[in-house]
Design a protein around this ligand. Structure first.
Ligand code: UD1
Length: 430
């Protein structure tokens, strides 16, 4: 398995291009299931998850071509040849559950393995299932699979529009039900819906296919079902989590970096936190420019929340920064249980962090020291890399396949700004 070696201590200077959003692209790819016509995405990132979702869609009957140089993906699902999303693919990526809503909407049937993905807490899919049930689907959970059908007695096998209130905010469940509702009979009202920019991007794409949707980006979304959707071409939005992660790089090392394709509007909550930590963050014609104002990193306390609150996917990176702050900060994780796996690894690098329940108290230290570290999820991995960029000596991050799920050419992008970072290709078994 590959590792990444980083020797810390070099302030970063330069420009980093921001790729298309992984989390927007995954649901967008599944939207191809809603039409038998050609469906094209541009600004598609070249990430392991895109390959996993392509494999899943192909197994269902999709033709998929990903031109990684052109960042373009062409998909076409003339018919669903198999309505079964197999465990072997689904276990690699939790977002696989997003095929269920579109399959049910298109053909009134779908079987999906219960998902895997990052090891951050239980992460059930009950909200997805309850919502689809409310829309008329009958579910049978057996052998690790969800077998879903819309009985003929319900509009001849077509989902029905409903008013559905999410008991709490879920990005994935909102996306699944939004897609399912586009082809349902009647009007669906999703209340307490997620407001993430990825939801708005998905809604815009669906509208381009002929869907009738109002309110995406607010907590109530109304969808009037239509008989059929057409193909479309849609450009994926920039990845605000990749952007946010790379914003923390010049903050932790010192230096001056411009994130090409980045804008304040995509990361306003993080920008406020970085401002409080002593960074200058400004929109420029070349992209979002981040540098230290001067002097020390100041402590900032934060709590993760659904958008527009502080993103859980940027929690580990901010914690890496706070390990070097001039004082004590608290970081509370409210979205996922067990999302502090980076803490013991940061501690091995010399960080001082105490966890009580879902709150980590971080006492800043003068310096981190390089160490061999490993992480068990995507965002924890990048936080260790960021810490390594600032640490004295060499840090070796193993299990790089987690990073490869969410960061395209990470070492190349950082090296271009002066980071001493190398990928070590290996075949050892961990
Ligand atoms: C998406 C993002 C992920 C991000 C998360 C929260 C993608 C591909 N992934 O994940 O990077 O960290 O939003 O911003 O877009 N929950 C349930 N039952 C459900 C669904 C969710 O209990 O049926 C819980 C989860 O365990 C979690 C919380 O709800 O505690 C939020 O999860 P959700 O917003 O659904 O996250 P994902 O869509 O999986």
């Amino acid at each position: 398995m590959d590792k990444i070696a980083v020797t810390g201590g070099t302030p970063l200077h330069g420009t980093i291009p921001i790729s298309g959003s992984k989390n927007a692209c995954l649901p967008l790819m599944t939207a191809a299931l809603l039409t038998d016509q050609s469906f094209t995405l541009t600004n598609v990132p070249n990430l392991a998850d895109m390959g996993t979702m392509s494999a899943l869609l192909r197994s269902l009957g999709a033709e998929v071509t990903h031109d990684t140089d052109a960042q373009r993906m062409d998909l076409r699902v003339r018919r669903l040849s198999s309505p079964l999303a197999h465990y072997d693919i689904v276990r690699k990526m939790r977002a696989s559950i997003l095929v269920l809503g579109p399959m049910l909407a298109r053909d009134g049937a779908g079987t999906v393995s219960l998902p895997g993905g990052c090891a951050i807490g239980a992460r059930p899919v009950d909200l997805h299932l309850k919502g689809l049930e409310a829309m008329g689907a009958t579910l049978d959970l057996r052998d690790g699979y969800v077998h879903a059908t819309v009985p003929r007695s319900v509009n001849g096998g077509r989902l029905r529009g409903v008013s559905y209130r999410f008991p709490f905010v879920s990005v994935g469940a909102t996306e699944n039900l939004l897609m399912a509702a586009t082809l349902a009979k009647g009007t669906t009202r999703l209340v307490n819906a997620a407001r993430e920019p990825e939801i708005v991007d998905l809604a815009n794409c669906l509208i381009g296919m002929g869907a009738r949707i109002e309110g995406a980006g607010t907590s109530t979304i109304e969808i009037e079902g239509v008989e059929a959707l057409s193909g479309t071409e849609h450009a994926v939005i920039a990845d605000r989590i990749e952007l946010g992660s790379f914003m923390i790089a010049p903050a932790i090392t010192g230096g001056d970096v411009t994130l090409q394709g980045g804008a304040l509007s995509l990361v306003s909550t993080l920008a406020e936190a970085l401002d409080a930590a002593g960074m200058s963050v400004e929109d420029t014609p070349q992209g979002l420019r981040v540098r230290r104002r001067n002097g020390a990193i100041k402590p900032v306390s934060l709590t993760t929340e659904p958008f527009p609150g502080y993103a859980t996917d940027l929690q580990a990176q901010m914690m890496a920064l706070m390990t070097l702050a001039d004082g004590t900060s608290t970081i509370t994780e409210q979205i996922f249980e067990n999302r502090f796996m980076h803490v013991p690894e940061l501690t091995r690098m010399g960080a001082k962090i105490d966890i009580v329940g879902s709150t980590a108290t971080v006492t800043g230290v003068d310096a981190l020291r390089g160490a061999p570290v490993m992480a068990t999820d995507l965002r924890a991995s990048i936080s260790l890399l960021l810490a390594g960029l600032a640490a004295e000596g060499e840090t070796i991050v193993s299990r790089v396949y987690h990073l490869d799920r969410g960061y395209e050419r990470v070492e190349e992008k950082l090296r271009a700004c002066g980071a001493q970072i190398e990928r070590i290709t290996g075949d050892d078994h961990e």
